[in-house]
Design a protein around this ligand. Sequence first.
Ligand SMILES: O=C(O)CC1=CCC(=O)O1
Length: 94
Amino acid sequence: MLFAVTMDVAIPHDLDPDVRADTLAREKAYSQDLQRGGEWVSIWRCVGQYSNLSIFDVADNARLHEILWNLPLFPYMTIAVTPLAQHPSDIAAG
Ligand SMILES: O=C(O)CC1=CCC(=O)O1
């Protein structure tokens, strides 16, 4: 199942710098592991915002929830999920 997910990040300015750096490093490793595994298909920066737009290809809603819930930055994110279906005009779909 395909999902488009936007993640808006708002890290508190008074967060301990070491905690901030550790959280960002764990977020990057977590994301890249899932990208290598094929579930996190792509990640794009939303221009001018501390936000990303990502595409996930996962087994079901529960798996997407598990992935998002375990994001190291989850406590500092506002997340919006859009389930995707094939578009009838998509030439790649045949
Ligand atoms: O958009 C960001 O910077 C937050 C994020 C999600 C996965 C990642 O590596 O960074």
